[in-house]
Design a protein around this ligand. Sequence first.
Ligand code: GRF
Length: 204
Amino acid sequence: MLKIAVFASGRGSNFQSIIDKIKSGDIPAEAKLLISDRQDAGALKRAEHENIENLFIDPVHFETKADYEEELIGILENAGIELVVLAGYMRILSPIFVKHFQNKIINIHPSLLPAFKGLNAQKQAVDYGVKYSGCTVHFVDQGMDTGPIIKQAVVEVKDDDTADDLAARILKEEHKIYPEAVKLIAEERIKVKGRKVKILKEEK
Ligand code: GRF
């Protein structure tokens, strides 16, 4: 069973969507750890409720980002973590951390990458006037929101949408494709070659 750690800074609805699928036996993985950089993260409470080890690690207590990440790496290694799932984790991981867990870190972003990278992707989409947006699950590389794409879902942008309306519509799709992507990795059905991610067929 794939041992996963989830990093989250906020409410943790994506984290919940993944653990629900693990609990129902749909994903052959074990959610071993939830790590947050914010004490008030809803994700910490959800983990507590699900009896998943949860840690608030305050970056403020470390002199440098390298020290903070070294602590994270130690915790992940001790727990034998094989996949790091970023679910609303609001920090950029350094190239050193990313290299350490190459192709073992995934993220979900609320746009159809490579459009609207970075913060407030849903507002960027509404302001730009696109007719469709969506969400993307990708491996994390050393750029911001640039890694190889595992899955995407398309969502219509309606004429009178606010950024919040669009975010809510996208979130529903996030809750589908993020667990699906974790399942593919847990079932070892993903091959990465350069930027291309190939999904192998399910064995019957
Ligand atoms: C989601 O919109 C996700 O795409 C983005 O951060 C948000 C996290 O939401 N990376 P939640 O904490 O999983 O509810």
